[in-house]
Design a protein around this ligand. Structure first.
Ligand code: HEM
Length: 335
């Protein structure tokens, strides 16, 4: 009887001990797996943090940046474009336009002080007219389509239907891509052909001091500063177009040719350079068109017929007029 009781007690002890052991090892195993899980989770989080920060690894893929899953430069560039470039461009377009409109209403146009003489002096050849209008028309097309690409989603998209917006933005992008090369060729011809007349001379600085003599009010009223074939304002316009046109051309080619397979940094730099250069050229284009069409009486005729009124030549480009008169190259239109 005693032996039987001792045997049952021993069996019970074995059972309790066994159970205890099993539960301890189960707990240890559970602990281990949860710590493994935590480590795995941390390393996974670290991995994605690194990926999001633009960390590179290695893959078997070919091409540039093959080891980069997420390129942060693209996102940074997008932010700079949306946060800074778009509003600056909008302010530049509206600001310059409104500033000139106000100036025009307060100051009025720059009239010919002696009126029109009726005698027309040769100024631009047929080739010059063709090249000017090729640059002007292609540039204006690029400006309107480019502005739609940059600002359209804020000023047009909310007011037109989805289908119209899709057609507008697709059309703008396609036209922008195809007119670009035409502009580059025309721009290059214009810059090379017109460069000799655009060198800065000492009298050009005096032109700036009197703001070109376009003021009809205040102390600068009636001042007609010296000017050669191109005045200082036109030279500034020419050089802005020459320098930023080059930036626009290079950055445009970089963006429009995917086969160049450029690193993202280069593509984003191209996008930003393109936007900043375009903003400057757009602002200057608005000024140029205001001057040519509204501000300078008799100025528009130059780019329509290639001839200017003799009084216009004497008032706005006196040194050029004196020079062609002196060297015998002055040529009047034969009507
Ligand atoms: C409706 C648009 C435009 C009009 C009415 C216009 C008119 C004119 C006129 C009248 C001249 C001759 C000025 C002179 O003989 O002294 C001129 C010159 C010139 N234009 Fe335009 N233009 C226009 C657009 C453009 C555009 C978009 C560009 C370039 C992107 C441009 C570039 C030039 C340049 C470089 C000159 C020579 C420098 C100067 O005289 O200012 N034009 N334009």
């Amino acid at each position: 009887m005693l032996i039987k009781s001792l045997r049952s007690l021993f069996a019970l002890m074995v059972l309790v001990f066994g159970l205890g052991l099993a539960s301890t090892s189960a707990m240890a195993a559970a602990e281990q797996s949860s710590s493994q899980q935590a480590t795995a989770q941390t390393s996974e989080a670290d991995l994605w943090r690194a990926v999001k920060a633009g960390e590179s690894g290695s893959t078997t893929a070919k091409g540039v940046e093959r080891g980069v899953l997420i390129n942060v430069v693209g996102e940074q560039g997008r932010e700079v474009r949306n946060k800074y470039m778009t509003p600056v461009m909008a302010i530049a377009v509206v600001g310059v336009f409104v500033a000139f409109l106000l100036f025009y209403f307060v100051n009025g146009p720059s009239r010919l002080s002696k009126g029109f003489s009726g005698k027309m002096v040769f100024r631009w050849s047929k080739a010059d007219l063709i090249i000017h209008w090729c640059v002007a028309i292609s540039c204006l097309t690029l400006i309107f389509t480019g502005l739609n690409i940059m600002l359209g989603k804020h000023v047009l998209q909310p007011y037109v239907g989805g289908d119209i917006w899709a057609a507008l933005i697709y059309g703008s992008k396609t036209i922008h891509d195809w007119v670009g090369p035409f502009f580059i060729v025309a721009w290059a011809v214009l810059v090379i052909k017109w460069l000799p007349d655009q060198m800065l001379k000492s009298y050009d600085f005096k032109w700036f001091l009197t703001v070109g003599g376009y003021f009809n009010i205040g102390p600068l009223k009636g001042k007609h500063p010296d000017s050669g074939f191109a005045n200082a304002g036109e030279k500034m316009w020419f050089w802005t177009l020459a320098i930023f046109g080059l930036f626009i051309a290079i950055s445009g080619v970089m963006m429009v040719l995917p086969n160049l397979d450029l690193p993202r940094e280069a593509s984003m730099a191209a996008l930003l350079v393109h936007g900043v250069s375009a903003t400057l050229i757009i602002a200057f284009t608005i000024v140029h068109i205001w001057m040519a069409t509204a501000l300078s009486e008799g100025g528009m005729e130059c780019m329509v017929s290639g001839y200017c009124d003799e009084n216009w030549a004497m008032q706005h480009h006196n040194l050029w007029y004196d020079e062609i008169k002196a060297n015998g190259t002055l040529k009047y239109r034969e009507d």
